[in-house]
Design a protein around this ligand. Structure first.
Ligand code: ADP
Ligand code: GN1
Ligand code: MG
Length: 384
């Protein structure tokens, strides 16, 4: 930790921060980047906080191109938020440039760093404290989707190729099981069988697309609850963060990943599987919030697949955790040796529960879509 802290401290000196750095410490619960919170003192103005992140370059191979994405997307969102009369400092991430005016700093070891203004008086939750908070996170992701609807998708670099290509991930999984480089296969026979017996989920969208095309949109692709900030006072979802995976993608995946993480009755790594299930109350709250923001922009084919998206994303994420376990934990940050196996078991319990609840989930989506359409119809003449 000391070495890492020293590296963070010396990286901090290369950003255009003002004042004197008083303190720096690890922050947040992200699995990918290394996040630090630094406290500065600016004369009589008191403390000011910034987020400093070391970009995970094992995961993000071309950090400079990644930062171009983030710069483009945050500037775009900033303009939209100002047009809508919002507060751009709180409603989107603000990059702090390096002293030489770049959006990142590359240190002597070739590590890449970036800095953001710290969004104060807001929290990223690992679990929804209430259905209403979860509904607010849906509104924030729905707004994000709406604000980026006309973003030039072609200008976005694909930061992780095939990120949500579940079928390709299944192929990697099969190969990983065969190779068994860490000799861990025997620890995970039941979970491996689960993945193989649910391979139909990897074909869900291609089956649907054969009947009706599924549009590619600018999506976030990592819409878990702790990637949205909830205002401590108003409890509104104010800012979508963690923009590394903003790429052209499918809206069902953004919806589905939120459900996977936030509608579960337990944390993503809860080992007691009796506590893990998909809460239909939380599912309903999220669906209503999301539909309220963007139902009118979605096609019937997309709406009819949203609930299935929750299954696909949960299956894919469980498979990714299990693949990482079998490969020796090189991707997701772990807290103990079997962490990824525990996470995978947890996700598969959730998949099984969602399979049972799928008809009800589809029904909830359909009726939220109907309500959103009725609200939209009532609003248009009044405005016109
Ligand atoms: P990772 O890719 O590792 O998940 P994130 O970008 O999501 O990294 O950041 C990790 C955590 O740091 C977030 O869940 C959040 O708690 C916190 N965080 C990141 N950016 C900010 C910010 N600008 N203001 C406040 N907190 C932030
Ligand atoms: C990672 O970066 P973070 O912690 O928000 C991962 C997601 C997974 C998630 C599981 C770039 O998200 O895809 O769904 O962990 N992000 C990346 O918690 O791989
Ligand atoms: Mg994150």
């Amino acid at each position: 930790m000391d070495e890492r802290k020293k590296a963070a401290e010396s990286a901090a000196a290369h950003f255009a921060f003002e004042g004197t750095m008083q303190q720096i410490g690890p922050f947040g619960n992200g699995h990918i980047n290394e996040t630090w919170l630094a406290r500065f003192e600016i004369g009589l103005m008191g403390p000011l906080y910034v987020i400093l992140q070391r970009i995970n370059t094992t995961v993000f191979r071309e950090p400079e191109r990644l930062m171009e994405n983030i710069q483009g997307v945050t500037e775009w969102l900033r303009r939209k938020i100002i047009e809508e009369g919002g507060d751009p400092e709180r409603e989107t991430l603000t990059l702090i440039p390096s002293k030489d005016g770049k959006s990142f700093y590359r240190d002597e070891d070739g590590q890449y760093w970036r800095a953001y203004r710290f969004i104060t008086d807001a929290t990223c939750y690992d679990q929804a404290e209430s259905a209403d908070d979860f509904r607010q996170s849906a509104v924030a992701f729905g707004q994000f989707q709406r604000r980026l609807a006309d973003y030039p998708a072609d200008s976005l670099y694909e930061s992780i190729p095939g990120f949500h290509d579940t079928a390709a991930r299944l192929a990697v999984f099969r190969k990983t099981v065969t190779e068994d480089v860490c000799g861990r296969r025997s620890e995970a026979e039941k979970e491996i069988s689960f993945v193989l017996s649910h391979a139909y989920l990897a074909e869900c969208y291609s089956r649907a697309a054969a009947k009706s095309p599924l549009p590619l949109r600018v999506t976030h692709n990592d819409t878990k609850l702790n990637n949205v900030m909830i205002d401590n006072k108003t409890h509104k979802g104010i800012c979508v963060i963690d923009l590394d995976t903003v790429m052209p993608g499918l809206v069902m995946n953004d919806f589905g990943d939120s459900i996977r993480f936030g509608a579960s009755t337990a944390l993503e790594d809860e080992p007691d599987l009796s506590r893990v299930s998909c809460s239909l109350d939380l599912f309903t709250a999220y669906t209503e919030g999301f539909m309220q923001e963007c139902a009118s922009r979605l096609t019937d084919a997309e709406i009819s697949l949203l609930a299935d998206g929750a299954l696909v994303m949960t299956y894919e994420c469980g498979m990714r955790f299990l693949t990482d376990y079998l490969q020796g934990d090189t991707y997701f940050r772990i807290g103990y040796p079997a962490h990824n196996l525990v996470r995978a078991r947890n996700q598969f319990k959730l998949v099984a529960d969602m399979e049972e609840k799928l008809p009800r989930m589809r029904h909830i989506v359909a009726s939220a879509a109907k309500t959103a359409a009725a609200v939209e119809r009532a609003r248009i003449p009044a405005e016109g």
